[in-house]
Design a protein around this ligand. Structure first.
Ligand SMILES: [Zn+2]
Length: 219
């Protein structure tokens, strides 16, 4: 089965380029930081695309929505000089890094910035680039903590899940004490979730496991 590439137009410099069309994947389980395991085709690397002329990066909706003058100036100043990175075979994690920076300049929520850095770390991991993986994990965990601190996670279930994720990112960064503190915090947040929310039964087991005999794979 072949898929026709699509044409994307850069909202910053109007360059036109081909992008692979993104398909969905069947997944079986996930890593402990929620990176899905796909059967065969893995859409992660294709979901975010970047312009090799100026460095703009985004999901399809970001290409449609465009960017403000202020953000364009920052892209020109900080990303355009780095477009060489986008031509490397490992470019996919740079696309997520550029996206995270653009979201930060756009004053998007800490959750959105954190999520982009998290995905960058997932790609770096599949590319076996441990140094970049750690760099992006550090950037990601800082924003997730910030999101919890400033009340971006209004939903109690989300607070429990994000607290677990903060713990697991610290664990992956070999920050054992901080990881444990956050796993315990996640357990406390989980206790406040209404009993009716049975969808979170797995989290209690997962926290227990990461405290007792940690694994890089989700239960
Ligand atoms: Zn461009």
């Amino acid at each position: 089965m072949t898929f026709k590439p699509e044409i994307q137009v850069c909202p910053v410099c109007e360059a036109r380029f081909e992008v692979p069309s993104v398909r969905s994947c069947g997944s079986h389980g996930a890593d402990s930081d929620f990176r899905p395991h796909c059967w065969g085709y893995d859409p992660l690397e294709d979901q975010v695309q970047a312009c090799r002329e100026c460095g703009f990066a985004g999901y399809p909706e970001d290409f449609r929505e465009g960017v403000t003058e202020n953000v364009i100036r920052k892209i020109r100043k900080f990303l355009t000089p780095r477009t060489r990175d986008l031509k490397r075979p490992s470019a996919a994690f740079f696309r997520y890094e550029f996206l995270a920076l653009i979201y930060e300049w756009e004053d998007r929520s800490s959750l959105e910035v954190a999520d982009s850095f998290l995905r960058a770390s997932w790609v770096a991991r599949s590319r076996q680039n441990r140094e970049k993986e750690r760099l992006y994990q550090r950037e990601s965990v800082r924003r997730f903590e910030e999101a919890l601190e400033i009340g971006e996670c209004g939903d109690q279930s989300q607070r429990a899940v994000i607290s677990y994720l903060v713990g697991d990112l610290h664990r992956r960064l070999n920050r054992r004490r901080r990881a444990e503190t956050w796993f315990h915090r996640s357990r406390e947040e989980l206790a406040l979730v209404a009993d009716s929310d049975e969808g979170l039964a797995w989290l209690s087991d997962q926290i227990k496991r990461q405290l007792e005999s940690p694994s890089d794979v989700l239960v």
